[in-house]
Design a protein around this ligand. Structure first.
Ligand SMILES: [Zn+2]
Length: 393
């Protein structure tokens, strides 16, 4: 982090938050406000996926709680170690229920009750809401009073990729802190440190493709299926240009063959292995039984379909997420007058405005598939939308 650039004029930026790379301005602002005892109690950390919002929240936790270096955190003391490991009693993480995809009302209420006794050990109590978009009306209302009239020492860090996804009642009482894309050099360092076994060419491709998202770069660097993902993007673009007959070309169309490859499990995992699917709460048993019945009763084809259905939602969502990310990167490159990602079709002969609209539509598709059940149907609609945009251009 020493950096070779000359120090900027103006106030000393001071030491940064523990573990946070990049985001110099945001770090300096938070550290400065903490030093003056004027840190806003509810920060909305907003930025693209994978730029380190959760890392920033952990760094904030250290800064709030560390007895060795209050205001920044030391990263080494037992308090900081526990904050960084996610098991400090004065840092609560509110995360979505794996089944409903939303933060439960009970968890939000527990936080509200908890803050009336806060803090347990340290000097502060931090609630990290990850992501803030997963806070529905009911859970949001349970937290609202705490956010409206915070007790001394109670802090919130609400993480989101999109401010519009945060409840307006919560947002209006919070201070947004923007975490932008990271420099490629920082992303490269993070990939080197955390994915040291990635082959050099995959390391470089991952940094290039991730466009400032360390999270995306790490996924790509450790993902041997990158080639299959790029093939899916290629077939999707080709199908979109060919129009609806290609999009609805059936399972043997190159588009859906690429889809099948990109959504297949990387390696065969034993049936019912926990690694085979998203964690399932007890309530999911009914669905499982139905699948088993379908598997037992069907012919060979029905059996295959039922088995593949088991992993389908998680794998399909991951595939569309990747498709959307790569596709957007490709179009962004084209907007900059470059050919786009290697191996993908060259830009269509349309005005830049159409490319921008295509990116917006892709972002909508990415947001939709996180909430909707039928991922393939969402993808088809997204492709139709892209096709319509090109046809109308
Ligand atoms: Zn410390």
């Amino acid at each position: 982090m020493a950096g070779t650039s000359p120090s900027p004029p103006g106030p000393e930026p001071g030491p940064g938050l523990v573990g946070v790379l990049g985001h110099a301005q945001a770090q300096a602002a938070v550290v400065r406000a903490l030093g003056r005892g004027q840190l806003h109690h509810a920060l909305v950390l907003v930025g693209p996926r994978g730029v380190g919002k959760a890392t920033f929240a952990r760094g904030l936790g250290c800064a709030l709680l560390c007895p060795q270096r209050p205001g920044t955190g030391c990263g080494a003391c037992p308090t900081c170690q526990r904050v960084l490991a996610g098991n400090h009693p004065d840092v609560d993480w509110l995360v979505p229920d794996s089944k409903a995809g939303l933060i439960s009302v009970d968890a939000a209420r527990a936080c509200h009750v908890r803050q009336t006794h806060a803090p347990y050990e340290g000097r502060a109590y931090l609630v990290v809401v990850d992501p803030a978009d997963a806070l529905g009306e009911a859970a949001g209302n349970a937290l609202l009073k705490t956010i409206e009239e915070p007790r001394p020492g109670v802090h919130f860090a609400l993480l989101t990729t999109n401010l519009q996804g945060v409840l307006p009642t919560i947002l209006s009482r919070s201070l947004p802190v923007r975490l932008g894309r990271l420099d490629d050099a920082i992303v490269g360092d993070i990939v080197t440190a955390r994915a040291p076994d990635a082959p050099p060419e995959r390391h470089d491709m991952a940094v290039l493709l991730a466009e400032g998202s360390a999270g995306v770069a790490l996924e790509l660097a450790s993902d041997p299926s990158l080639a299959r993902s790029l093939e899916l993007v290629k077939q999707a673009i080709t199908a979109v240009r060919a129009g609806p007959p290609a999009i609805f070309g059936g399972d043997t169309h190159p588009l859906w063959l690429a889809w099948a490859a990109a959504t297949a499990p990387i390696e065969a995992v034993p049936e019912d292995s926990p690694a085979a699917a998203e964690p399932e709460p007890a309530g999911a048993k009914k669905k499982k039984t139905a699948k088993k019945a379908a598997r037992a009763g069907g012919d060979a084809e029905g059996g295959d379909k039922a088995a593949s259905k088991k992993d389908a939602p998680a794998l399909q969502r991951a595939a569309v997420r990747r498709l959307v990310e790569l596709w957007i990167l490709h179009v962004r490159e084209q907007l900059r007058g470059r050919p786009g990602l290697p191996g993908l079709p060259p830009p269509p002969a349309v005005a830049p405005g159409t490319l921008v609209a295509a990116i917006t539509a892709l972002q909508r598709l990415g947001a939709r598939i996180e909430r909707m059940g039928n991922v393939r149907l969402m993808l088809e609609q997204g492709l139709l939308e892209q096709s319509a945009l090109l046809a109308g251009a």
